[in-house]
Every structure is written in C-alpha cells, then in structure tokens.
Design a protein around this ligand. Structure first.
Ligand code: UD1
Ligand code: MG
Length: 410
C-alpha cells in the first residue's frame, strides 16, 4: 500500500478545502447575476439564494483529482523500479490508469448533466437516463479489468445455489441502476437547509471509515486505496460547502451537487468492488425512496415541491400535503394509500366533500408527522442523526453479522 499517495491526496484535499471556502462567498454575485438563484421557501421573507454551487464544488474536486493523477503511479514500486533502471517503465499499470481516468470521466459527465438539469429543468425520464449513460465508461472499465459478476451466497442458501452464483449481465444492470439510484436518492431527500450536503458528508465519512477498516484488515488493498483517493477530496470540498449551506443557507447546492455526489459514490462502489456495502450506507435514502414511490410513479398526485410547509408565526416547519379524491386514484394507488393509512405511516384527513388530504410521502414529512412541528435546524439534525445511526447499523451488518452468515467452513 502506498501511504505516500494517500498522504499527498490528503494534503491536496486540505488545499482544496481552503480554496473552496475562499471561493464560495466571492462567487455569490456572479451566480445571482447569471440568474442561478432560488428562493429559500422555509424562511419568513423567502430570500433569494444563489443556487447550483455544486458546479463550483465539482470543478474544485476535478482540479484536485487532475493534480493527483500522476501521484499513485509515481509511488507505484514496480513502475518506479523500471524507471530507475532506465527507459520507459515496462510494467506501467495501464489498467489502473484507465480506471482512474474513466472514473473521472463519469463524474465529469454527471456534473455537466446535473448543471444542465439546473439550468434547463429536465424531465423525470431524463433524470433516469442521464446517470445510466454517464456510467457506461465505468462499466466498460469494470468489464475489461475485472469482470467479476459472481455473488457470494449466505450459508443457508449454499445447499441450493453453491458458494457463489454468477449472475452475468444482471450484475451490469445492477451497477447501472446503482448510479441512477445514488444520484436521484440524494436529490429527493432534500428541501431543508443543509440536508443534501449533510447526508453526503455522512455517507462519504462512512465509506472512508469502511475503506480504512478494510485496509487495516488487508482486504483488497488496491480497491480501498482507490476509493480513498476520491473520498478525501470529496469530503474536503463538501465540508467547505456545508459551512455555507447549513442553516441558515447562504448558498444552495442545486441538482449539480446531488448528481456529482451520487456519481462519486457509485464510482467508488463499483470500481472499489463494494457496491453492495455502499447500499447499506444509503439506508435512509432507500427508505425515503420506497416511501416516495406512490408519488414518484404518479399513483398519488405529486406537487412540484414536497418540502415541508413553513409557519412564519412560530418559525417551525409543518408537514406539506397533497390532496385527492379516492375515486380519482387507480386501483394500485388506492391500495397503496389504504395500506399506508392502516399502518399509520401517513397523516389522513377526510373533508366533507370527499377529498382526502395526506402528507407528501417523504422521510422529512414522516418525521414531522411523528414528532410534530419542528424548527428547520432541528429537523436537519434529526435526519443527519438518523443517517449516522444507519451507518453504525450498516457496519454491524457488514462485520459481525456478515461474518456469521458468510463464514467459510474450514
Ligand atoms: C426535489 C424534490 C422536491 C423538493 C426539492 C427541494 C422529489 C420528487 N423532488 O426536487 O419535492 O421540494 O427537491 O430541493 O422529491 N429549497 C429550499 N430550501 C433548501 C433547499 C431547496 O427552499 O434548503 C428550494 C429552493 O426554492 C430551491 C429549490 O428548492 O430553488 C430547489 O429545488 P430543485 O432541486 O430544483 O428540486 P428537485 O430536485 O427537482
Ligand atoms: Mg434538487
């Protein structure tokens, strides 16, 4: 393992942090002048806030990574020995090089597409298509360099399926969908100050901790080192953004940041060969997605914004609602709301004229439904606290529990 490369990467990340912290306030007027701004809907006077700062964070991240490109190879022992004995290094690790370049290409594409979304307000089907296309370079490199599509079976299933099963092309479909999920899942758990960056920071920190644990255990050293090279600059630039995006927000991150963050996680998950563990760190996002499905797929009416409703008198956030008549919904829609209602997972108010009012189906509204009106700062903290608990649970599932279910018999 090259600790020197990780050390230099960390030093670049620290530099990137200070550069971003200096740049964010200076560019505010430039963003507003370019009409890249949105209204903070959960404040008394709904101030105008510059939006799409993800494009700046993504650029600083890419610059850091571009500066870092030669480093892992300069400290690659085999290549360096060849260089010392004269001439071109015969054992230059082209496969590793191409992996790094393809990863950056996918992230770069996603930043570009996210920015296009912010400026042009794309439709839902584009939001699903774009990340799929941006992952193609990644999947190609995975195919050429690795191409392992086998899934380990837990002990209890080994009698039927054997120790592992090769799922072939399904594995590639899973990885393509992973990128779509990671990018959109962060974007739809949003709407209160600091939540997009807050959750991304916790996921990135969880991945970093996981990488260090695996390195300490000596498991797949190269893969986890690769992941760390992305996570440290990501953490640094996001931390700088968090300083300005947390309550009360001075800047908004835009869809650009959500896409950039999601794609960076998909990249390290896929090329670091821990895509299933990565999903464990997305537990709140998975819950939010499942809870949202009736509205996302339009079984139940979905307003343009589902963020909570602000009450100027008390300065607290209340659930935001959607309205429908039961007979307007399709069969599936009716089944979904009836189930959710019977499990007390949604609020339910029937008016005399037959209209029904329920909360919008997001995790933020669910927390407000359970705990009542809460201040914006507090609900962000509650959701971030939940994300941290989920990380601890994920690490428990990944280590003690997985060791139990996946133990190799000796
Ligand atoms: C997603 C959500 C939408 C939510 C929105 C909030 C789905 C399907 N879509 O849409 O329900 O309302 O994110 O980001 O779940 N804003 C604030 N305070 C914040 C952050 C954002 O008021 O802390 C508002 C601002 O007006 C900002 C806008 O949300 O301009 C950004 O929304 P946008 O990212 O365009 O929404 P979507 O990602 O399409
Ligand atoms: Mg958004």
């Amino acid at each position: 393992m090259s600790t020197t490369a990780i050390g230099i990467n960390a030093a670049i990340a620290v530099g990137a942090y200070f550069m971003t912290v200096r740049m964010i306030p200076r560019l505010r007027d430039m963003f507003i002048k370019a009409n890249l701004a949105g209204r903070d809907l959960c404040k008394k006077d709904k101030p105008q806030i510059p939006e799409s700062y993800g494009v700046l964070i993504g650029c600083v991240f890419l610059i850091s990574m571009f500066l870092f490109i030669p480093i892992p190879f300069a400290f690659d022992e085999a290549a360096a020995t060849d260089a010392l004995t004269g001439g071109k290094p015969a054992t230059f690790p082209h496969d590793k090089f191409v992996e790094l370049i393809a990863a950056l290409l996918s992230i770069c594409c996603m930043i570009f597409l996210g920015f296009a979304d912010d400026v042009l307000d794309l439709r839902w089907r584009h939001k699903l298509l774009l990340p799929t296309i941006a992952t193609l370079p990644l999947l190609m490199v995975y195919y050429v360099n690795y191409n392992s599509t086998t899934v380990m079976m837990p002990n209890f299933a080994r009698g039927v399926f054997g120790t592992s099963v090769n799922i072939g092309v399904l594995y590639y479909i899973f990885m393509g969908k992973l990128a779509v999920f990671c990018t959109n899942a962060i974007n739809i758990l949003a709407g209160i100050n600091g939540l997009e960056v807050g959750q991304s920071l916790i996921i990135a920190a969880s991945v970093t901790v996981f990488n260090f644990i695996e390195l300490a255990l000596g498991h797949q050293v190269e893969s986890h080192q690769f992941s760390l090279h992305f996570m440290l600059p990501f953490l640094a630039t996001s931390l700088a953004l968090w300083k300005f995006n947390r309550y009360p927000s001075q800047v908004f991150v835009g869809d650009t940041y959500c896409y950039f963050a999601g794609m960076t996680f998909a990249v390290v998950g896929i090329l670091g060969h821990f895509s299933k563990t990565l999903l464990l760190f997305f537990l709140p996002q998975i819950l939010n997605f499942l809870y949202s499905t009736p509205q996302l797929f339009h079984f139940v009416p979905c307003p343009r914004h589902r963020l909570p409703k602000y009450d100027a008198k008390t300065d607290l956030l209340h659930i935001s609602t959607t309205e429908f008549r039961l007979n307007e919904l399709g069969k599936l829609g009716r089944l979904m709301v009836t189930l959710l209602r019977s499990m007390r997972l949604i609020s339910w108010q029937e008016l005399e004229d037959g209209r029904v009012i329920t909360n919008n189906f997001t995790l933020i509204n669910f927390v407000l439904f359970i705990f009542g009106p809460v201040h914006e700062r507090v609900i962000t903290q509650m959701l971030m606290g939940f994300q941290i608990i989920c990380t601890l649970l994920a690490l428990f599932i990944r280590y003690p529990l997985a060791n139990y279910f996946y133990a190799t018999e000796t």
